[in-house]
Design a protein around this ligand. Sequence first.
Ligand code: G1P
Length: 293
Amino acid sequence: MTQRIRKAVLPVAGLGTRFLPATKAIPKEMLTIVDRPVVQHVVDEARAAGIEHFIFVTGRNKAVIEDHFDMAYELDDTLAKRNKLKELEALKADLPLAGATSFTRQQAPLGLGHAVWCAREIVGDEPFALLLPDMLHYALSGKGCLAEMIDAYEKHGGNHIAVAPVPEDQTHQYGIVAVEDANAKVSRITGMVEKPPKGKAPSNLHVSGRYILQPTIFNLLANQEPGAGGEIQLTDSMVALSRLESFHAVRFDGEIYDTGSKIGFLTANIAYALDRNDLAPQLRAEIERLLDR
Ligand code: G1P
């Protein structure tokens, strides 16, 4: 029997310099994909996978994320008085249970590995999920990415990373893993490297921002030296962990949008809007009109 995955860590301390000036006063995680903040989409995926506690690793200027996941009494009251019951119910459905969120601050931008380490006291001694909010995983069939990973974890135990192929000219932007069987849905990982130099990637499978990790990772992160880009890299500690415990890659077959890039963000907005019956027909017509311009 594997220990149940109850907690998810969401690192949301990044400055969002690629989206300035939009992110001068608004956290990049609060930019919207259609009408939901990016970070809300990722919490939705985690909730659908059965996660009960959400741990946000935040930084300065991120307080509005905490407000977003709290009850807004005045807003609820106004919606009720105006008989906007549908909107009120939707807000209530999104609200995490009281006590089901935690917030801690990273203090200094020392890298993803450091951000995850900042959550160690709140996670405690149990395996946990890690979701990078920039990366939206759009499932084409039933289950979300994290739900698929939890299925794989319940079968194999140990540690899991979601992977997907990227074009070879992009491998230097990501963590890359080598696996025993590149075509299998779940395969043992044989190597990992963070942002390999061009032409040096061990495969085209990138680490897409969803992880299930054993708490052993925290001891390794505590002593992790800076790696690629001078930052404390999670991938480097995962390499060390893979010498101690099993590591599997779970191939995600849906679409992945890197909303930290402008093209990824814009494409995600169109893709998610085209999925909505209330928006799709008119949006399709508008896109056609623009393309003919
Ligand atoms: C991080 C991880 C990297 C992963 C990527 C996915 O990099 O270190 O392994 O492939 O997220 O977005 P970052 O985007 O923070 O540079």
